[in-house]
Design a protein around this ligand. Structure first.
Ligand SMILES: NC(=O)c1ccc[n+]([C@@H]2O[C@H](COP(=O)([O-])OP(=O)(O)OC[C@H]3O[C@@H](n4cnc5c(N)ncnc54)[C@H](O)[C@@H]3O)[C@@H](O)[C@H]2O)c1
Length: 312
């Protein structure tokens, strides 16, 4: 890990710019690559805004805000970005073909000991690595949005990933202030998204079956068990209440929970009607712009306050 100095981030969108910021804040030289020049310009502005916001909220942002931004060099040339990189994170669109092509190219362009990570949300790491030759150095690093505030990164081992690549990546992420965890089975959705989407499937099903409306479902989470989640994980909770009680509850309730392997008909219908949520003003609820702004602000304030609280 000590010999990692140069980091490349491929894709400068919502996730890529924030991941670049994490490494630049800790003194690494970062090459940030995208095929779209406008996105690259916006990426640096967004990094500057994020750092200002963090600083204004009393969070340490690294040695000098402009120094951090200056450490990120933008480019539209993939080879330029990765040729001297010791560690690469790919954060382009969630498309298997595109990712496979990029990993094949990067495998040819990079020095043989460069570690190549993908930020895929749900796609198999083994499949993404399929067209590369040196697959031992390819693994998943699943950051969460916004990556500079949410600590978790799932470090995911593909079928061919070496133990050394897992260890180096885990140590590097710890060193830049993240909370990495190792995931040893390359299953779709890894751990975090499997949990998250199990909850979303049930939440949507409750609305679809007319048990409660969308706002009520969210209130049941936010003002109920959601309040405990930052300090009490579901499995700690199961142990706390007792596995005998957990078994008794599961024995009664599991048969009533949603278990469809397909997306909900309500969800499909909403998408067909272009009721997509914040971006169209209506989804499972009505979203006038004042309401979306208010919720986005509340989320940002919550994450900033939490980051400040858990900062070392
Ligand atoms: N948005 C999230 O909440 C989130 C969270 C965790 C993981 N992810 C994953 O991170 C990845 C990126 O997601 P995002 O939300 O940042 O997407 P995004 O659409 O905001 O950004 C993707 C960027 O990739 C660029 N791009 C496309 N083709 C490229 C190429 N060949 N070379 C270089 N750049 C290219 C696009 O121009 C765009 O700027 C996806 O795999 C996604 O599943 C997203």
């Amino acid at each position: 890990m000590d010999n990692i100095r140069n980091v490349a981030i491929i894709g400068a969108g919502m996730m890529g710019h924030g991941i670049a910021q994490i490494f630049a804040s800790k003194g690494y030289s970062v090459a940030l690559m995208d095929i779209n020049e406008d996105i690259l310009t916006q990426a640096l502005d967004k990094v500057r805004e994020n750092l200002k916001l963090m600083s204004a909220n009393g969070i340490e942002v690294g040695q000098g805000l402009e120094d951090v931004v200056q450490r990120i060099k933008v480019t539209t040339d993939l080879s330029e970005a990765v040729k001297d990189a010791d560690f690469v994170v790919e954060a382009v669109l969630e498309k298997l073909d595109l990712k496979q092509e990029l990993f094949q190219k990067m495998d040819e362009m990079c020095p043989s000991d460069t570690i190549l990570a993908t930020n895929t949300s749900v796609i198999s790491i083994t499949e993404i690595a399929q067209r590369a030759k040196n697959r031992g150095r390819i693994l998943g690093t699943h950051f969460w949005n916004p990556p500079f505030l949410v600590p978790l990164v799932e470090v995911v081992k593909g079928q061919d990933t070496s133990e050394a690549a897992m260890e180096i990546t885990y140590d590097l992420l710890k060193q830049v202030g993240k909370h990495p965890v190792k995931v040893y089975k390359d299953v779709p959705g890894f751990v975090g998204n499997r949990l998250q989407h199990a909850l979303w499937r049930e939440a949507i099903s409750i609305v679809e079956r007319g048990i409660a409306d969308a706002a009520t479902v969210d209130e049941c989470v936010k003002y109920g068990f959601g309040m405990r989640l930052p300090v009490l994980g579901p499995l700690e909770n199961a142990d706390m209440v007792g596995l005998d009680l957990t078994l008794a509850i599961h024995d009664y309730i599991l048969k009533y929970l949603e278990s469809s392997p397909d997306p909900s008909p309500l969800l499909k219908e909403k998408v067909q009607r272009k009721e997509l949520g914040f971006k169209t003003g209506k989804g499972l609820q009505e979203w006038p712009s004042e309401r979306t702004d208010k919720l986005r602000r509340a989320l940002q304030e919550h994450l900033l306050a939490w980051t400040k609280r858990i900062a070392p």
